[in-house]
Write a protein of this length. Structure first.
Length: 225
């Protein structure tokens, strides 16, 4: 079975629906919504729409990545402009267009760009997951491995101010986000598939792509690792 609990060090469900607190379910990295992003329906219960390309984000204080790490999040967008999705410690994910993302294991060096990906700016929900083990990186989109890298820069474990939906208060993303997770380990492919429906009693959102609906219907067992 998929293991989506071991090593979970931060988990923002974004279900608050009101207020300025963005609760971390693990209790360690609770953040603050800034400049009033809009609470909307999410992939699972609530989500948050970041509609301003210049102000709205979540400040989550000082945080540090680990040498092995998985970042997972759900995103829904129609915009094709570039924006930073999450900065955790010195690891960073940017959506550059509907078919291109860049990932930085360490923002002090050049990032790795993955291009010609399936379109994520189609107005539907998509799960993005970056898994890094040592210097190996695997990029999953909707639990399907789309690209990988070897010999990459190791993850920086230096702590610094961290944000969701921006890069230090700039380069904001225009998108709706939900269920953002950080793991201190490299998830297996079967674990990543488990992130497609992490709440066993959750209904499948009608706004997901056809391939997500198909994958959710598969049993999550060890044969899919």
């Amino acid at each position: 079975m998929a293991d989506i609990t071991t090593g979970l060090v931060a988990h923002w469900k974004m279900d608050e629906g009101t207020g300025t607190e963005c609760a971390d379910e693990t209790g360690t990295n609770t953040g603050t919504y800034r400049y009033t992003p809009t609470f909307v329906a999410g992939k699972f219960e609530g989500g948050v729409s970041f509609a301003s390309a210049s102000t709205e984000d979540v400040s989550i204080g000082s945080a540090a990545a680990t040498s092995n790490q998985t970042i997972s999040l759900w995103v829904k967008r129609s915009a094709t402009d570039a924006g930073r999705v999450i900065l955790f410690g010195k690891t960073l994910i940017s959506i550059n267009s509907g078919t291109e993302i860049t990932y930085w294991p360490d923002t002090s060096v050049a990032g790795i760009t993955y291009s010609t990906l399936p379109n994520i700016s189609d107005g539907l929900w998509h799960n993005l997951a970056i898994v890094q083990s040592g210097t190996g990186i695997t990029y999953y989109q909707d639990a399907i491995e789309e690209d990988s890298s070897t010999g990459a820069t190791a993850i920086s474990t230096d702590a610094q101010a961290s944000y969701i939906a921006s890069f230090g208060g700039s380069n904001h993303i225009t998108a709706t986000l939900d269920d953002v997770r950080i793991y201190s380990r490299a998830l297996s492919s079967g674990d990543v598939r488990g992130l497609l429906n992490p709440y066993l009693d959750a209904a499948i959102s009608p706004g997901v792509s056809a391939r997500v609906s198909k994958l959710i219907s598969y049993p999550l067992d060890s044969t899919q690792d």
